[in-house]
Design a protein around this ligand. Structure first.
Ligand code: GLY
Length: 353
């Protein structure tokens, strides 16, 4: 898989203009959703490099990450004369960059695209690393391809219109990148003041975070080995997310991942010796910032069932990524049902629920 160019913007106008001119094209398309059309498009709309861009607007949020929306984007491209030499810019959160990346990668067997992520989650995770796709048949990201953007432009200016829950959701993936990299970066993340955000400092942390993901994706673009490090917190996190959805109290992805990390760091401590003090400090940070998802022991079986259906599993064995230390990544770890139930007991006790 080719490497995409990640640009940490100093001047969005100049950086975007450069990225567009690096990709000669006949027509320029701009994919936005209902939110980014009003909140984010004004930041790029009047730039000379965007003159003549044809806008395609789709519904916002995960509920629109569907085959129908994808077909609408394909049809819009087709009706408005897109060719194999056209260029698409995806301006939005992970839904827009995932679906837009998939639409571009499949239209006429693939046209070039640029991502401009507008949420923290998309900046540090979804828009980088080449995973594109849509939800299908009730399953998240069931259909898609690995196909990197030509460029990803990251500008913390967009984060100023983001609410604090969505900022924290993205920050959980940054915390994950801290845990799988170095103690210094992890400590920096725990000490950053999320209540009074210094956006310049946040952009610097985002740059480090993206670099960590980039390094891993470069070693293993198709997730055969070390890319599974990026799944830390996600085996339990996805189960929490599914349970929350099923019980009509949906949670943001990053919140579920944060709570999932509490569980998987506990396993890390138990099984491969992750230090107790770092476990305690990380749990403290998560409790303070993300609160707690409550459930009782009658729901353990359902959570276990969700874990058994995770697409990361192999031969029916639930797959975990654990840590022996910060940065000491142990992929392909497993656990018994009893251990998983004990882990859920630990979570409830540690989080006070
Ligand atoms: N979101 C994890 C990955 O890109 O592999």
């Amino acid at each position: 898989m080719k490497k995409q160019e990640v640009i940490i913007c100093r001047n969005l106008s100049e950086d975007l203009s450069q990225a567009i001119s690096n990709n000669p094209h006949d027509k320029l398309f701009l994919l936005v959703d209902e939110h980014t059309s009003t909140l984010c498009k004004p930041l790029i709309d009047n730039l000379p490099c965007m003159q003549g861009a044809i806008e395609i607007k789709i519904g916002a949020e995960d509920v629109h990450k569907t085959l129908e929306t994808l077909a609408y984007v394909w049809k819009s491209l087709s009706d408005q004369g897109a060719t194999r030499h056209s260029l698409m810019i995806n301006l939005g959160g992970g839904m827009v960059t995932d679906l837009g990346g998939f639409a571009a990668s499949t239209f006429k067997r693939g046209i070039s695209y640029i991502n401009i992520p507008t949420t923290l989650l998309a900046m540090v995770d979804a828009s980088v690393g080449g995973k594109t796709g849509i939800n299908f048949n009730g399953l998240k990201n069931e259909i898609g391809v690995f196909s990197p953007a030509e460029s990803v432009l990251i500008d913390a200016e967009f984060l100023k219109s983001l609410d604090s829950a969505n900022l924290l959701s993205g920050y959980a993936e940054m915390l994950k990148h801290g845990l799988i990299s170095t103690t210094a970066h992890w400590a920096e993340l725990l000490n950053f003041d999320m209540n009074r955000i210094d956006y310049k400092a946040l952009q610097a942390l985002v740059a480090q975070s993206v670099q960590i993901k980039e390094n891993i994706v470069e070693q293993d673009p198709f997730e055969k080995g070390i890319r599974k490090a990026l799944n830390l917190g996600h085996t339990v996190g996805h189960a929490f997310e599914s349970l929350a959805l099923e019980t009509n109290r949906p949670v943001l992805h990053g919140y579920a991942v944060a709570w999932g990390m509490v569980c998987e760091l506990y396993f890390s401590h138990l099984k491969v010796g992750f230090p107790k003090d770092k476990l305690r400090q990380t749990i403290q940070f998560i409790k303070e910032h993300y609160g707690v998802m409550t459930f009782d022991c009658k729901q353990y079986d359902r959570l276990y069932e969700f874990m058994t259906h995770d697409k990361k599993n192999n031969a029916g064995i639930i797959n975990f990524t654990l840590l022996g230390e910060i940065g000491d990544i142990r992929i392909n770890q497993s656990a018994t049902k009893e251990e998983i139930f004990e882990m859920l007991d630990f979570y409830r006790e540690a989080m006070g629920c």
